[in-house]
Write a protein that binds this ligand. Structure first.
Ligand SMILES: Nc1ncnc2c1ncn2[C@@H]1O[C@H](COP(=O)(O)OP(=O)(O)OP(=O)(O)O)[C@@H](O)[C@H]1O
Length: 241
């Protein structure tokens, strides 16, 4: 490792169940995500995309192989240290936003910091900064129900990066949004990555994958191809002309 890697998957395989009913969801996956890098993961339904995020985020241990987040081998961590690393280093963004309806945008973004033991008074400033970065300062006191889908997803991105969380794992974050709103959300995600985070973006949409630096294609749990996204985005731009 060179030190700029936020995430390394080294020969990661994941099997659900045992015996005849066992399903191999990932098979020998090698993947690195560095600071400032967004990697899109594409593949058919059932190809292992969500499993890859689950394993990368330390939510499940792989059957074999190693996951290294910010230089720390997840297999070597106690359950407590793993939970702490997840809270401090990782941010998840889901298709359905997953905001807490009874909390304002600001409170939703503050929550991970408060769960980490920061007094809510002290969590306010970094939470406001994170909301400003997704251009939602003026919506800080609104509840999720008063925000559009795109605004809710931008709050979710703010929550994912608040307090210097460095690795963003996004599972179809644009799935519930129309394509123009999806583009705005991806631009915000891209801005956060350019500011020094790193991320994985699972998407079915090649136009959205074009926001990434690299695209990894999964089939039956294996990485079958990798491409720089530039040719894809120029293809798309060409098609728009
Ligand atoms: N908890 C589980 N128990 C058993 N099998 C599972 C479980 N989760 C996923 N699988 C299986 O593992 C394989 C990969 O699933 P996964 O959800 O990672 O794929 P995916 O590419 O994210 O699919 P989709 O695009 O439909 O969300 C599939 O065959 C799926 O049925």
């Amino acid at each position: 490792m060179t030190g700029s890697e936020l995430l390394v998957l080294d020969g990661v395989s994941m099997q659900y169940g045992r015996g005849e009913t066992a399903v191999t969801a990932l098979s020998g996956v090698d993947l690195t995500v560095s600071r400032g890098e967004l990697v899109a993961v594409m593949g058919a339904s059932g190809s292992g995309k969500s499993t890859l995020l689950t394993v990368a985020g330390g939510l499940a241990a792989p059957t074999s192989g190693e996951v290294v987040v910010e230089g720390r081998w997840l297999s070597q961590l106690s359950a407590r240290d793993l939970a702490s690393l997840r809270r401090k280093s990782l941010g998840f963004v889901f298709q359905d936003f997953n905001l807490i309806p009874s909390l304002t945008a600001l409170e939703n973004v503050s929550l991970p910091l408060e769960l980490d033991g920061l007094a809510s008074r002290r969590a306010r400033r970094p939470a406001l900064d994170a909301l400003a970065a997704v251009e939602l300062s003026d919506r800080a006191d609104r509840y999720p129900a008063d925000l559009s889908g795109g605004q809710q997803q931008r709050v979710a991105i703010a929550r994912a990066v608040v307090g210097g969380r460095s690795l963003i794992l996004a599972d179809e974050p644009t799935g519930a949004l129309d394509s123009a709103t999806g583009e705005i959300v991806l631009r915000m995600l891209r801005n956060r990555i350019d500011a020094g985070a790193g991320g994985i973006l699972v998407t079915h949409d090649a136009r959205h994958a074009a926001w990434a630096d690299r695209i990894v294609f999964l089939r039956d749990g294996r990485v079958v191809d990798q491409a720089a996204s530039a040719p894809l985005s120029s293809l798309w731009e060409g098609a728009q002309r």
